[in-house]
Design a protein around this ligand. Structure first.
Ligand SMILES: [Zn+2]
Length: 446
């Protein structure tokens, strides 16, 4: 049974928080920030040392802007302090016996970082997931397939948020596509969460097996996360068209929560749970705080987390924040993530993100939508080449496809690729992975 008894046609799960006037919301954030900074200073080896070294005290926070005086943390800080002095290390604020759950990062950019949760953290996290699922359109009469990995991954337990909402949660995990297609056919679930590249690949696989994803299954909503695809309109629309279902983008960080931001029906950025997280945008090089709306590195401060407060965490994601009221009626700020700082490449003074390339590939006719990008240095200049696949049944000459894609990339990204390589459908080998690796970085100077 659902934890909260809400009429199905009620738009908001928690209207008081989701639609709180911003002055009130900021007052709530300030109270929570003051308490959290004090808590972190008094209970955490790392923050005590770092604040003392920076010459700042919890009492220095008298407005939200005062957070600017406090030092940043990042993945490196997490790595260097974890397991130091105790199992969870110097950033953990509670004794190990108070921690009931841990997730880890994938380790794709170094040693995995461990994220601890108290029972209180875990419960708050799952009620947050329930709120985001409701926003995505899930209701207690939905059957929900959780297609995310459960092994150490912070997205795993999010399935419990669907249960809290009252939906039927089907704990599938990351299984081979044949098994997942069996689940979709046999149990006719209505909502699924997976990665955008896998949502695409699974739909294609279903067609190969003789299913019509629009007719043979009952999926009305596909939640996606883990890759930028859900916020790239051409990718989202291609998946929606393939499945005859709505695609809703979610965003999370293993350092904080499974999902802490979700798209609404306006599809213009993801509402972040500002009652629990303070978001700043900072200059990726200098760390200077930027105005809302400016593009920079998204930086998060947790306002509620007890096991490990994150104060000014530089996420490595580049994007911007909108604080104007959304047409859905929610007042919570929206984040727009453009890409990873370490995947941005500069060609002829133009900043390019893999998501820009993806937009073009998914919007171009006559391609399968699969692609890979190779970035390399030649004669001290950064160049990029893009590989694509020609759609099954297309007879357009390879050279024509390449020319067309090159021109579209020049128009959208502002800079022409060194080369576009065209493969036959299925030959690129990017379509099978849950989280596809499409970016090959061979730059010698970054
Ligand atoms: Zn909205």
């Amino acid at each position: 049974m659902a934890k909260k008894n809400i009429p199905y046609d009620q738009k908001y799960y928690d209207p008081e928080i989701e639609c709180m006037p911003r002055p009130e919301l900021e007052k709530l954030q300030l109270e929570r920030l003051q308490a959290m900074v004090k808590y972190a200073y008094e209970n955490t080896v790392y923050y005590k040392r770092s604040f003392d070294e920076a010459g700042v005290k919890p009492e220095d926070i008298t407005s939200l802007a005062d957070i600017e005086k406090f030092p940043f943390i990042d993945k490196k800080t997490e790595r260097e302090t974890q397991h130091v002095g105790s199992f969870f290390g110097e950033m953990c604020s509670v004794p190990e016996e108070d921690v009931v759950f841990m997730a880890t990062s994938s380790g794709s950019t170094g040693v995995p970082t461990v994220s601890p949760f108290t029972q209180e953290d875990f419960d708050l996290w799952q009620s947050t997931e329930a709120r985001l699922f409701w926003q995505a359109g899930m209701r207690p009469n939905d059957r929900y397939v959780h297609g995310l990995n459960f092994a150490l991954y912070v997205g795993g337990p999010d399935v419990m948020g669907a249960q809290e909402l009252g939906a039927l949660a089907i704990w599938v995990g990351a299984v081979p596509s044949d098994r997942l297609l069996f689940v979709l056919k046999q149990y006719q679930p209505t909502v699924i969460w997976t990665s955008p590249s896998y949502a695409w690949a699974l739909g294609e696989k279903a067609k190969e097996k003789g299913f019509d994803p629009r007719e043979d299954f009952s999926i009305h909503t596909i939640i996606v996360a883990g890759e930028p695809g859900g916020s790239i309109s051409s990718t989202r629309e291609a998946i929606e068209d393939l499945w005859g279902a709505k695609v809703v983008d979610f965003f999370g960080l293993s350092d904080i929560y499974g999902a802490c931001a979700a798209m609404c029906e306006a599809k213009d950025g993801l509402h972040i749970v500002e009652d629990q997280i303070l978001v700043e945008t900072v200059d990726p090089t200098t760390g200077e705080v930027l105005e809302p709306g400016s593009v920079g590195e998204l930086t998060y401060t947790t306002l509620m987390k007890k096991a490990r407060p994150m104060i000014r965490f530089r996420s490595g994601d580049i994007g911007y924040v909108s604080t104007d009221k959304c047409e859905c009626g929610r007042t919570l700020a929206r984040i727009h993530v453009t890409g990873r700082k370490d995947e941005m490449f500069i060609v002829g003074a133009v900043n390019v993100f893999p998501s820009d390339v993806e937009y073009v590939v998914r919007a171009s006719k006559g391609l399968t939508g699969e692609y890979s990008i190779r970035v390399y240095d030649e004669n001290y200049t950064t160049r990029y080449e893009v590989s694509v696949e020609r759609a099954l049944g297309s007879e357009e000459p390879y050279a024509e496809v390449a020319k067309r894609v090159e021109a579209a990339l020049k128009a959208h990204c502002g800079v022409r690729p060194a080369k576009v390589i065209v493969y036959d459908a299925g030959k690129l080998g990017t379509s099978s992975a849950h989280k596809a690796s499409r970016f090959v970085d061979e730059r010698t100077q970054k």
